[in-house]
Design a protein around this ligand. Structure first.
Ligand SMILES: Nc1ncnc2c1ncn2[C@@H]1O[C@H](COP(=O)(O)OP(=O)(O)O)[C@@H](O)[C@H]1O
Ligand SMILES: [Mg+2]
Length: 387
């Protein structure tokens, strides 16, 4: 398409075209579908035109109306609904929908909202694709996403910034296979029981266990290794409040009020998060003012330390008897149903769910504009490379 024609089409369009991507290959596929349902329902239809982009568990991409419903209900897909995001800078860059029976259609998507949790969505991979294709997107960039996904690197960076974290060690599968006894001994000496065993890249508590003795530790490592080749072992912070806080913004972010999760299980596992419906939240959390302020400070510092953008939910463990604060993790694409903590904490801080979505979309657009301004080209004075 000639760029003049393209511009005219852009001018005629008054709504912002938002590509909402959901599903995906991670263990959190189902959670993503629930988050995307809330987002699609709440986006102001007077302001936004929504393009649904669904990714199946087998990594097939579809676009079109009702893709979300069809993925949820394992409905039928026509191969003409298949789509992809092209990273090249020629005229086909962007979201392309094509199929054997129809010509390629290219959509000018103004901004993408990746509502994907976990691997291949929250970890910088899709963000890399969007950077290459030049489509603005909501949330953290490649680095912030990749770092936020890896619990070990996140802890190292936060620790380095002076944020307290629970004592931990980490190891690779190959190291464990070679010398399991040494690693078990090290855990027993340095971390002790009870401890938490986590795949370094995980979410929704998938693959995470609490171990109280050697036998359960060995089983827990085996389970975690099914999900990742890198394992994190952490000292369990006992009798702790589970505190979450939402962060919003790009280079000058703000934090919401903190909230407390009362888990229905011994720890906040997958069932307690999504299935049994018995976990509760207290918003704002009942904390002394100075502790709430300190948590806010750590959340913003953590956000900065991983080079995050747009949004994140930072999670802490705070001991009940003396309010000792431990940073636990940061989620760059937190759960986003209307009853999820991220939007609920903003709601309690005076920002409604739909206003929050407006703000996030604007932050994504702002970030892309700012990046365009940076001169990434360098032309050497001499054409030395031709020699
Ligand atoms: N060091 C710890 N001490 C006490 N509880 C923990 C610790 N680490 C994790 N947990 C519990 O396990 C849950 C899941 O761990 P988390 O690191 O948040 O993983 P995920 O990314 O899957 O949410 C936490 O919400 C908390 O209930
Ligand atoms: Mg968590």
């Amino acid at each position: 398409m000639k760029s003049k024609v393209k511009n005219q089409i852009r001018l005629r369009r008054t709504k912002i075209r938002v590509g909402v991507i959901f599903g995906g290959r991670s263990a959190e596929h189902e959670v993503s579908l629930v988050s995307a349902t809330s987002i699609i329902n709440a986006l102001d239809k007077n302001k936004y035109e929504i393009i649904q982009i669904g990714i199946t568990k087998d990594n097939v991409w579809y676009s079109g109306d009702n893709v979300l419903e069809r993925i949820k209900n394992k409905g039928y897909f026509n191969s003409d609904d298949s789509c992809y995001i092209s990273p090249t800078s020629h005229t086909n860059a962007g979201l392309c929908v094509d199929g054997p029976k129809r010509p390629l259609t290219r959509f000018d998507v103004d901004v993408v909202f990746p509502v994907l949790h976990g691997m291949f969505g929250e970890d910088g991979t899709i963000q890399g694709l969007l950077e290459l294709s030049g489509i603005p997107y909501v949330g953290a960039g490649v680095l912030g996403s990749a770092v936020g996904m890896d619990k070990v690197i996140t802890k190292q960076l936060c620790e380095n910034a002076g944020i307290p974290v629970a004592p931990y060690i980490w190891f690779l599968e190959s190291e464990y296979k070679k010398n399991p006894k040494t690693i078990i001994n090290l855990i027993e000496k340095k971390i002790k029981y009870p401890c938490f065993v986590k795949p370094a890249n995980s979410g929704s508590s998938v693959g995470i266990s609490k171990s109280k003795n050697r036998k359960s530790l060995v089983d827990a490592i085996k389970l975690a290794l099914k999900h990742d080749r890198k394992i994190l072992i952490e000292k369990s912070i006992e009798n702790a409040m589970e505190i979450e806080i939402s962060v919003l913004g790009n280079d000058e972010p703000t934090a919401s009020v903190p909230g407390e999760i009362i888990s229905s299980n011994e720890f906040y596992d997958y069932d307690a998060k999504y299935v049994d419906g018995k976990s509760q939240s207290i918003i704002p959390a009942k904390l002394p003012k100075e502790i709430a302020n300190k948590i806010k400070e750590y959340a913003l510092l953590g956000f900065r330390s991983i080079d995050c953008a747009g949004m994140a939910r930072a999670d802490f463990l705070v001991t009940k008897n003396n309010y000792k604060i431990y940073f636990n993790e940061i989620n760059t694409i937190p759960g986003f149903t209307s009853i999820s903590m991220y939007p609920k904490l903003w709601e309690a801080s005076g920002l409604s769910y739909s206003k929050l979505l407006d703000k996030l979309i604007q932050l994504g657009l702002d970030r892309a504009k700012r990046n365009v301004k940076k001169d990434v080209h360098f032309t050497p004075m001499k054409e030395w490379h031709r020699k």
